[in-house]
Write a protein that binds this ligand. Structure first.
Ligand code: HGY
Ligand code: MN
Ligand code: MN
Length: 456
């Protein structure tokens, strides 16, 4: 079987429904830049490690600013490290934002987030070139766009070093106070403010005012590959509920303390891990995904019964009813574990989002663009979180996917073939061109009145 690991780096998969794309200089230029980005923070397993606010993240941000300045875009950084490359066509007009994130999970793939930022820079460069050739042909080309354009690298989308995830876009959209974000610390006690200062990327202000937002990302699942689809039109997201949990026990000798006297925090935590899987199994049809992705044991000595375990629980589903039922099972399961394992368990819901639709007009606009370009497309859910989940609550937003080979994600073997990656850049360019022309101005926002006109 051909897997992401064995597939050649330039493998092409042409889907029957697509009009054959002819590889262009634009494709070659995009792939060259994306490959250079992929070497930053590269791991021995050919993935990347660029956790937010680290030296590798800083290097990726320098890659961004160098490319932006090569294209003639001005760059600025806001108060929580969101990095923007701006093209101003209409002084005073708000911006269409397009981007994703350059930070990664530890031992991550090269595509998650980074593909979307590289694609956004290239889409912006193509649109800037077109606008420049229009002004040099005496105004006979297409009209000057209504909105300005800004490419964005959202700070700390992944949330692995600093929780919560989608931190930069949460602050930008007013969902998380900047002070709270800047005060978050990693496990070594370094705050976001200190990390950004250390890498020289603590900026100021709120960033440019947004009129609309577009993002392209790899699917991180296999539905598009299975259906032979090149472009995913994201119409809604799964709900997520993340909990930070502390299991309290009592430190004791692993050899000498009799079993009946033990308050073993790790036993309680282990039962929680199992409980989460049992709850997922309880709902047939795979409509609920549950995990514990992080476990910190104290004092973590071979000869000590642990007194404390911190962990993070993550529940995702496309069904609010399932989520409510899962939460009820979780509550009763936790109470039982406290009794059976002789521990106490503190639970805090630390980050959550609901099943909110993207604006249907944005999905329709994206479908039109895909049809114009002859690219196969279908409506898809996003199971993972994205900065667009925040942005869609405040401005008209288009979220696009390209296929992930074998659905592999948060793994060094994550892979998208070059042809799909390049088709995605064409698609993003066309969508952003239409957003800059104001084609989604009438799209209702799920929370009317919360658009970011006052963001500046
Ligand atoms: O939680 C998430 O899905 C994320 O950070 N992308
Ligand atoms: Mn991502
Ligand atoms: Mn990710």
């Amino acid at each position: 079987m051909t897997t992401a690991a064995t597939r050649p780096a330039n493998a092409l998969t042409q889907k029957p429904a697509d009009i054959s794309r002819v590889a262009s200089d634009d494709d070659a230029s995009f792939l060259r830049d994306f490959r250079s980005l992929s070497t930053i923070g590269e791991t021995p397993g050919h993935g990347v490690d660029r956790q937010a606010g680290t030296a590798a993240d800083a290097q990726a941000r320098t890659w961004f600013t160098s490319l932006a300045s090569q294209y003639g875009f001005r760059t600025e950084t806001d108060q929580v490290g969101n990095l923007f490359a701006l093209i101003e066509w209409n002084p005073g007009a708000p911006y269409v934002l397009v981007g994703s994130h350059l930070d990664s999970q530890p031992t991550a793939g090269k595509y998650d987030g980074a593909y979307g930022v590289a694609a956004a820079l290239h889409a912006a460069r193509r649109l800037a070139d077109r606008a420049a050739s229009k002004s040099s042909d005496g105004g006979n080309g297409p009209a000057v766009p209504k909105y300005n354009l800004a490419v964005v690298d959202w700070f700390n989308e992944e949330g692995c070093r600093f929780a919560p995830s989608m931190m930069g876009s949460s602050v930008y959209t007013g969902k998380l106070p900047a002070d709270v974000a800047l005060s978050v610390t990693d496990t070594a006690g370094t705050s976001v403010r200190e990390a950004l200062t250390e890498i020289g990327h603590l900026g100021s202000g709120d960033g440019p005012a947004a009129a609309a937002y577009a993002e392209i990302h790899i699917e991180q699942g296999r539905s598009m590959e299975d259906s032979g689809t090149t472009i995913g039109l994201v119409h809604a997201c799964w709900a997520a509920a993340k909990y930070t949990v502390t299991v309290h026990g009592e430190q004791a000798h692993t050899g000498s303390t009799v079993i009946a006297d033990r308050k073993d925090a790790l036993l309680g935590a282990s039962r929680l891990v199992v409980l989460l899987r049992e709850i997922a199994d309880h709902f047939s049809g795979a409509v609920l995904h549950t995990s514990v992705g992080q476990l910190t044991v104290y004092p973590n000595s071979p000869v000590v019964v642990p007194s404390r375990v911190d962990l993070v629980m993550d529940l995702r589903t496309a069904d609010e009813g399932v989520l409510a039922a899962a939460k009820a099972l979780l509550r009763s399961g936790i109470a039982a574990i406290e009794t059976e394992a002789n521990v106490s368990i503190e639970v805090e819901e630390s980050h959550a989002w609901g099943i909110n639709p993207y604006q249907p007009a944005g999905v329709a606009l994206a479908a039109e663009c895909a049809a114009e370009l002859g690219l196969s497309n279908r409506r898809v859910f996003t199971l993972a979180g994205h900065d667009s989940i925040n942005m869609k609550d405040v401005v008209p937003t288009v979220m696009l996917f390209v296929p992930s080979v074998d659905g592999i994600s948060h793994n060094e073997r994550e892979y998208t073939n070059d042809d799909d990656a390049c088709a995605g850049v064409d698609m993003l360019t066309r969508v952003v061109e239409r957003l800059c022309n104001g084609d989604l101005d009438d799209a209702a926002s799920p929370e009317p009145g919360s658009r970011l006109e006052g963001n500046k």
